[in-house]
Design a protein around this ligand. Structure first.
Ligand SMILES: Nc1ncnc2c1ncn2[C@@H]1O[C@H](COP(=O)(O)OP(=O)(O)OP(=O)(O)O)[C@@H](O)[C@H]1O
Ligand SMILES: *[C@@H]1O[C@H](CO)[C@@H](O)[C@H](O)[C@H]1NC(C)=O
Ligand SMILES: *[C@@H]1O[C@H](CO)[C@@H](O)[C@H](O)[C@H]1NC(C)=O
Ligand SMILES: *[C@@H]1O[C@H](CO)[C@@H](O)[C@H](O)[C@H]1NC(C)=O
Ligand SMILES: *[C@@H]1O[C@H](CO)[C@@H](O)[C@H](O)[C@H]1NC(C)=O
Ligand SMILES: *[C@@H]1O[C@H](CO)[C@@H](O)[C@H](O)[C@H]1NC(C)=O
Length: 500
């Protein structure tokens, strides 16, 4: 574990990062964002190979440029914790002021001169003050971690799976030394320690956002650890909830019900982000790899490209959003802000990366018109997130309540004989999309829907109601090609087709 940590982490300065974190995590409330930078386009800004910042000239101004980037990162993190209270700025406590003043100017060399004892004390205080819920996991748990396994990496971070406390499987995020971010920075500035710091700010930012944006569809932050590695002091590891990667190809092969769940969790997430305690949050990098699946729900994991800045404007043409297949111009408000730009950027990305693939296909036919309308309205940006969320919740209700079946004529072609407490172990046939890879296992609202399905499959000669349900509460049913061998089972009910 220790060796690995050394591999993924590097030299850097603790007190600064820690101080930042302390400040950020303990100040309640937030304020409206500072004056925004020039509008950014709607497309994800971090395509493969994207630089940290616009390229700088080599040599002379290099160190100054790096210092400026560090300062910008630092200030960005600070923004997420400032109080909102209508124009009333909370007075900065003396200790914070000191940290804030010192932070951008400090170099790693200065850091090393700091007595180690003080750094350790600050670290201890941070853990003590950090009232994370559930109780914070930290260095102690991390040192006892088992089963460490590499999961993946992006430009900045390497992510590992580990089992803490012998029971809790978590994700560990650390700066990836072999990653583009650090490698590129080192090539340019030849300053590993400061390059580490620059990259570590992304983890700090992500941790602060995970902490402030609490929602069922935001990954949970369990804790973090600053620790010294062999010759490397104070590297940061974030400890979060574990998920599994969102594989689009795999999702396309699952049931509509499960794909709808992904879209619904995404919409609930975007609804929360549009009304978050930090203001309207936009995810500038919206590729599916920024999300993971936890128990069938989508959760956002990568928040280092989140932003709360709303573009300022003098005319509508300043509110231009460019996407590969479509451009939009949003209205510029009287206050000089591009109206709902963050929300709309999220929505269009949700449309182009998720809804268009996941929502309509193999949906129950009676829900198709409503789903097509949702896809169209988001693809045209006709609706805001409130309306979109309300419409998806409506679909959920129609589906869960069985109302979506009411307008279909339900006259069975065949008759079925009910055999209670019985099941058919074999005689499987395959169907798509099935919850079971060998047999045909589908969810139904009630026995009538099962009959309807069996009627419509020529192979179907019987079906078995199980006592298992899906996330919407629908019952799982095995459809069978024959009924030659029926076995007793107290939890199941078999229906056998008697006429054709
Ligand atoms: N909590 C998690 N559980 C499981 N896998 C995760 C988790 N967080 C991240 N991953 C995986 O690790 C990969 C890298 O993580 P992450 O996206 O945070 O790093 P990054 O350097 O910011 O990447 P990018 O450059 O794409 O933004 C992700 O693509 C994802 O598949
Ligand atoms: C670790 O596990 C032990 C026993 O299994 C438990 O008492 C303790 O609370 C756990 N610690 C954390 C931080 O979850
Ligand atoms: C979007 O705008 C860009 C820049 O003005 C232009 O080059 C591109 O053709 C536009 N794309 C579409 C689909 O209209
Ligand atoms: C929405 O529907 C209109 C009218 O049918 C169509 O012209 C348009 O292309 C659709 N837009 C999307 C994004 O599907
Ligand atoms: C069923 O039909 C009624 C009356 O025509 C209509 O109001 C309702 O929206 C329909 N429901 C569905 C799910 O299509
Ligand atoms: C289904 O039946 C099994 C076997 O008896 C039982 O263990 C399980 O609790 C039941 N599940 C539900 C959801 O009722």
């Amino acid at each position: 574990m220790r060796r690995r940590k050394t591999a993924v982490a590097a030299a850097c300065c603790l007190a600064l990062l820690l101080g930042t974190l302390l400040n950020v995590l303990f100040v309640p409330g937030s304020e409206l964002p500072p004056p925004p930078p020039p509008p950014r386009d709607g497309a994800p800004p971090s395509p493969p190979g994207a630089p940290l910042e616009p390229p700088e000239e080599e040599g002379g101004g290099g160190r100054a440029a790096l210092a400026r980037q560090l300062r910008e990162r630092y200030e960005e993190v600070l923004r997420y914790r400032q109080p909102r209270a209508a124009g009333v700025r909370r007075a900065v406590r003396p200790r914070e002021r000191r940290l804030m003043d010192l932070a951008p100017a400090r170099t790693s060399a200065e850091q090393q001169q700091q007595p180690r004892g003080r750094a350790a004390a600050e670290r201890g205080r941070a853990s003590a003050e950090l009232g994370l819920e559930p109780p914070p996991l930290g260095c102690r748990e991390l040192r006892a971690a088992g089963g460490v396994q590499y999961l993946g990496s992006g430009y900045t971070k390497a992510v590992y799976k580990a089992v803490l406390n012998r029971s809790l499987a978590v994700a560990l995020k650390a700066v990836d030394f072999g990653g583009h971010d650090v490698a590129r920075c080192v090539r340019q500035f030849a300053a590993l320690a400061d390059c580490y710091r620059l990259a570590a700010y992304k983890i700090v930012k992500e941790m602060v956002l995970l902490q402030r944006l609490r929602h069922a569809n935001v990954l949970q932050l369990y804790g973090y650890c600053y620790q010294d590695s062999n010759d490397i002091p104070d590297t940061l590891t974030a400890i979060t909830e574990l998920g599994s990667p969102l594989e689009m190809i795999q999702l396309l092969q699952t049931s509509w019900e499960d794909r709808f769940r992904i879209c619904l969790s995404l919409v609930r997430l975007l609804h929360y982000l549009a009304h978050s305690p930090l203001g309207s949050v936009t995810l500038l990098d919206f590729r599916p790899r920024q999300f993971v699946i936890v128990d069938g729900e989508l959760k956002v994991t990568d928040l280092d490209d989140a932003s709360i800045e709303e573009s300022s404007c003098t005319s509508n043409s300043d509110c231009f959003m460019e996407f590969p297949a479509r451009n939009f111009t949003l209205p510029c408000s009287i206050e000089g802000r591009c109206q709902n730009m963050n929300e709309k950027r999220n929505l269009y990305n949700a449309y182009r990366f998720f809804f268009t693939y996941l929502l309509p296909h193999s949906a129950p036919p009676s829900l198709r018109p409503l789903l097509d309308k949702i896809v169209n309205a988001t693809g045209e940006l006709h609706w805001g997130i409130d309306e979109t969320a309300a419409q998806l919740e409506r679909v959920l209700n129609l589906y869960k309540s069985g109302e979506y079946l009411q307008n279909t004529t339900r006259i069975s072609k065949s008759e079925y004989r009910r055999v209670p407490e019985a099941f058919i172990p074999d005689e499987n046939y395959r169907c798509w999309p099935s919850y079971h890879h060998k047999g045909c296992l589908l969810s139904v609202f009630d026995v009538n829907e099962a009959i309807e399905i069996c009627d419509s499959y020529s192979q179907c000669k019987a079906f078995v109601l199980t006592n298992q349900t899906t996330w919407t509460g629908r019952q799982l049913v095995f459809f069978k090609a024959a009924s030659n061998h029926i076995m007793p089972d107290p939890d199941k009910i078999t229906y056998v087709k008697v006429t054709d």
